[in-house]
Write a protein that binds this ligand. Sequence first.
Ligand code: ADP
Length: 197
Amino acid sequence: MMFNLILFGPPGSGKGTQSENLISRYGLKHLSTGDLLRSEIARQTPLGLEAKNFMDKGQLVPDEVVIGMISSALDQNPQSKGFLFDGFPRTSAQAEALDKLLELKHTSISVMLALDVSEEELVKRLLKRGETSGRSDDTNEQVIRARITEYHNKTAAVADYYRKFDKVRMVKGEGTIDDIFNSLCQEIDKRMVHQIS
Ligand code: ADP
């Protein structure tokens, strides 16, 4: 039986950092739409060139583009113990599409862990990351604000979608990386044991 986790939260909430730790502890396959899109841009594929126009403005890339990417990533990893979705789903349409894709594989989302971080802290972290990440969308405060606005307008509703199925757990996203990691692990361990027994 697969264990499929959504790590949720606004830009800068620490999804990337925590994902790296979580996949190595639990052996899940990491699917980050942000990373997949940046790799398409680096390879200058038509998909990447299209996506870049949106990303540079802090806007979401069209649903069909990211859903297609996730669909092929799922098909490429049939033997996975489970998936960690990072930065996906970001709209209600993406959430519905993901549920359908998982259903085809006779599996579903086990839990959504939502990192809770104040807006002030988010902007601070993203500007700091911009100093070293080489990500153009992190260096401009206006683009950062646009991403946070997109989050409130389109992405926050994704938590409501999973709340209907009682699948959302909030986790404090401020404090040390280790403390946050431990809180996430606690939530996962409760459910993995449950699923195995
Ligand atoms: P962050 O969460 O720090 O903003 P990501 O690396 O997850 O960064 O995403 C960077 C950009 O890629 C987003 O601002 C958006 O333009 C695009 N993107 C990533 N995932 C999605 C998605 N699921 N749907 C639409 N656009 C996406």
